[in-house]
Design a protein around this ligand. Structure first.
Ligand code: DX5
Ligand code: ZN
Length: 212
């Protein structure tokens, strides 16, 4: 599978958000990864639908919206209406994962489920056919710039076994040019990268290095 790179806007310069979005797109970003945090599910707060809508107005690639929020079912309509192309919910935040995944798909949006580092793959065992993508967290969600948790590699391999060869597996957290090939080698095909792209002086070179 082709390796896709999804720069995480969380590490961008928020004072120059539009410029930063255009710059990563010109540098070869395949998706824009947008981290939505509510201060409850994770110990940080970021931005909501208004900012996603503003980013949409300058986006030329799909918006990959990662919901790190409690009660995500309450906000699906809001993020759909401002132009999310992929909506990812956390299995740990959903009482009725099957219902919410199908609600997202019924709106014509790709639906994904994410697993925190301590969450077993078995938690999505009966959802493999329903989701379009699985997001394996390789850090505890909440902040950019954290260190990759190596156990994620085994988890990626078992998610690949579960979902088969055609579905997308995304990995998020601590991805660097040093570990990217191990992550794709384990079976992932979409790499989220915050600090490793936005702290680079040359975004295009950074994205190319991650693609391998
Ligand atoms: C972490 C977020 C990530 C974060 C990744 O909770 O979900 O998307 O922005 O940042 P890096 O690549 O710096 O770990
Ligand atoms: Zn994320």
């Amino acid at each position: 599978m082709k390796v896709l790179i999804a720069p995480s806007i969380l590490s961008a310069d928020f004072c120059r958000l539009a410029e930063e979005v255009v710059a990563v797109q010109e540098a070869g970003a395949d998706l824009l990864h947008l981290d939505i945090m509510d201060g409850h599910f994770v110990p940080n707060i970021t931005f909501g639908p208004a900012v996603v809508g503003a980013i949409k107005s300058v986006a030329t690639v799909p918006l990959d919206v990662h919901l790190m929020i409690e009660n995500p079912e309450k906000f699906i309509d809001d993020f759909a209406s401002v132009g999310a192309d992929i909506l990812t919910v956390h299995v740990e935040a959903c009482n009725h994962l099957h219902r919410i995944i199908h609600k997202i798909k019924d709106m014509g949006i790709k639906a994904a489920v994410s697993l925190n580092p301590s969450t077993p793959v078995e938690s999505i065992q009966y959802m493999a056919d329903d989701v379009d993508m699985v997001l394996v967290m390789s850090v505890n969600p909440g902040f950019s710039g954290q260190k990759f948790i190596p156990q994620a590699l085994r988890k990626i391999a078992s998610v690949r076994e579960l979902v088969g060869s055609k579905k997308d597996i995304q990995v998020d957290g601590g991805i660097t040019r040093e570990n990217a090939s191990r992550v794709t080698g384990a079976g992932a095909n979409i790499l989220v990268a915050g600090s490793s792209v936005f702290s680079a002086s040359d975004y295009a070179e950074a994205i190319k290095a991650l693609r391998g």
